[in-house]
Design a protein around this ligand. Structure first.
Ligand code: 0GY
Length: 295
């Protein structure tokens, strides 16, 4: 692993907040193990291993029920570690894959069988060499008939450049980590208002209200500067928000969060039981397990 890599928290606390039964961690990753699933040659970082079994252990420790595993850039378009985890999850995990334009229909069908329900487009330059918008649009058109969605990861400053791509996609779109706002700017200021407007004007766009530890300038474990941003989205778009741990927290440089304490922030951003249920159960179930219809 990279010399400055911070491994995930070895012993997260048991959260004081008790998640409602059936709660979903809708953003997490598996890394390797590298001896079984080598990292991609074009990767921009080399992490520690973070296995599916360690993920299930964290899920149970936190009192959660299900996971959505997002393909991390260190595995490129090689989704084998993801599929391996999904196959071992007994239906308790779904996935978001990375694919290139030359992916075959058979490969897409196999990913669908394993539980993949979306493709991630990543625009964060320190993580990937980005692809042309027309290529991404064609990939979205390929996966739309499978009822998959597109997950998009970008920095707030890049929203103007990709706005038209996002609004032209033929699927639901889920934006990672609230579009990574600069939380030193006002929540009512022009930058975050543009993001809120994007969601207001496009009913197919969802947001993950995840990663306070990545966005915060004040740090653990209150992350007070991020909460106004996540609270606003939960309040205004209660049926289009998702929450996740982001375990094993790739590329954290300042500190490693305690996953239990991340869960303890939920009542601050979703203060009522009905908002908590929407955020942790109803919304992720609608997106990832729609066939269960028990939510
Ligand atoms: C995240 C954030 C990061 C990394 C990745 O796929 C990835 O490599 O998503 C990051 O470095 O900000 O969502 O896990």
């Amino acid at each position: 692993m990279d010399a400055d890599w911070l491994p995930f928290h070895p012993a997260p606390s048991v959260p004081v907040f008790k998640a409602p039964a059936g709660a979903v961690d809708a953003h997490c990753h598996v890394f390797g193990p590298a001896d079984q699933f080598p990292f991609a040659p074009q990767r921009k970082y080399t992490p520690c291993d973070a296995s599916k079994d360690q993920l299930w252990h964290l899920r149970d420790h936190l009192g959660l029920s299900r996971n959505v595993i997002v393909q991390a850039t260190c595995h490129g378009n090689d989704n084998r570690a993801l599929v391996d985890a999904l196959d071992a999850a007994n239906g308790r995990a779904r996935g978001v894959a990375s694919v290139a334009e030359d992916v075959t229909d058979d490969e897409l069908n196999e990913l669908n069988r394993a539980g993949v329900r979306g493709v991630r487009f990543n625009f964060v330059r320190r993580l990937v060499d980005t692809q042309p918008h027309d290529v991404l649009r064609r990939i979205a058109e390929r996966v739309a008939p499978l009822a998959w969605h597109i997950v998009i990861y970008f920095e707030a400053a890049d929203l103007p450049d990709i706005h038209d791509l996002i609004t032209s996609l033929p699927t639901r779109v889920v934006i990672d980590h609230m579009g990574r706002p600069d939380v030193s700017r006002p929540v009512e200021g022009p930058e975050f208002s543009a993001f809120v407007r994007l969601m207001r004007d496009n009913a197919n766009i969802w947001s993950k209200v995840s990663c306070p530890e990545r966005l915060s300038n004040v740090g653990p474990h209150g992350y007070e500067d991020v909460l106004p941003f996540s609270s606003l989205l939960v309040r205004e778009f209660s049926d289009r928000v998702l929450w996740g741990t982001d375990w094993p927290h790739p590329n954290m440089k300042t500190h490693m969060p305690d996953d239990g304490k991340l869960l303890d922030l939920i009542p601050q951003i979703a203060p009522t039981q009905s908002l908590q249920r929407a955020l942790l159960i109803d919304n992720p179930m609608r997106l990832y397990w729609p066939e269960e219809k028990s939510f």
